[in-house]
Design a protein around this ligand. Structure first.
Ligand SMILES: Nc1ncnc2c1ncn2[C@@H]1O[C@H](COP(=O)(O)OP(=O)(O)OP(=O)(O)O)[C@@H](O)[C@H]1O
Ligand SMILES: Cc1ncsc1CCO
Ligand SMILES: [Mg+2]
Length: 269
């Protein structure tokens, strides 16, 4: 990677930990607990606030909002839309995780409405990003059925059309703003064996854009690199998915800037 991007992501990593950003996470029932623990260990402050009676109000207080459509219901959708509108009005960045948006009409319709509210970052697995770009994906549910490389063109197209940062995650992650692109290697093949790992990453991306709203591309890269480095460390002591879950939270907690910088594998495309 370029020295500039290496230094910038390390600076963002340090700043995120030092700042303890408040992140409003509207996520799914599966992810809620793990995502909150991931954010705390990484150095952010999560708040799971979704009901429309308060989601818009809270979005004005939080540093950033994240919206994940994993387990939808009408009240939650209303809360998501109110929060995203309010984040926009307050000038706060927000991150969209379009979990299995292609699977049902309800998910598709909700995703279309959320995309109209201009997310700052869209983070999904390869199947989700291919389908958002109008392509035919092999995904059926929440797990990806496609390699990241196959989603790169769709990611660029989507980033340009939405004027957003698009992050595609998998074995080697890909981030683009439509013009600039980077790949981030690392992590572990145990990561897709743990549910809600991607949802937790979306929440952490919120923490990074909260502290650097004007550098959403670099902030997204830093969030993904944070996961990749902590994941690689956790894999060394894990015996399988269950022990990886705890080792990963510990890995995020014990990581320092020097180790982050030495182990982040970011390559400009
Ligand atoms: N084979 C792999 N090797 C290394 N890291 C991986 C691998 N697959 C996924 N990851 C990492 O796991 C994290 C979650 O990405 P993934 O693409 O699995 O999300 P997801 O499919 O949206 O997950 P979920 O919907 O279960 O929350 C990312 O940090 C990604 O880099
Ligand atoms: C398993 C699952 N089902 C709906 S959301 C979710 C978490 C991973 O996306
Ligand atoms: Mg997902």
């Amino acid at each position: 990677m370029t020295t500039d991007l290496s230094q910038t992501t390390t600076d963002l990593y340090e700043r995120m930990r030092a700042t303890n950003p408040l992140v409003q996470c509207i996520t799914n029932y599966v992810a809620m607990n793990y995502a909150a623990n991931v954010l705390l260990a990484a150095g952010a402050s999560p708040a799971m606030v979704h009901t429309p009676e308060e989601s818009g109000e809270f979005a004005t207080i939080a540093g950033a909002l994240t919206v994940n459509i994993g387990t939808l219901s009408p009240n939650w959708v209303e809360g998501m839309i109110a929060a995203a509108k309010s984040a926009n009005t307050a000038g706060k960045p927000w991150v969209l995780d379009p979990v299995a948006h292609f699977a049902t009409g309800y998910r598709q319709g909700t995703t279309t409405e959320l995309l109209k509210l201009n997310p700052t970052v869209i983070r999904g697995n390869a199947s989700e990003i291919i389908a958002l770009g109008g392509g035919q994906s092999a995904g059926q549910g929440v797990d990806s059925g496609d390699p990241v490389e196959q989603a790169e063109d769709a990611a660029r197209t989507l980033a340009t059309a939405q004027k957003a940062i698009v992050a595609v995650t998998g074995e080697v992650d890909f981030v683009t703003d439509g013009t600039r692109s980077v790949r981030i290697a690392g992590g572990s093949d145990l990561m897709p064996k743990i549910t809600a790992m991607g949802c937790a990453l979306t929440a952490l991306t919120g923490a990074y854009v909260a502290i650097a709203p004007d550098q959403a591309f670099e902030a997204t890269v830093a969030a993904l690199a944070n996961f990749a480095v902590a994941g690689e460390i956790a894999a060394k002591s894990a015996n399988g998915p269950a022990s990886f879950m705890t080792a990963f939270v510990d890995g995020l907690y014990t990581l320092d800037a020097k180790t982050f910088n030495a182990n982040a594998r970011i390559t400009a495309q």
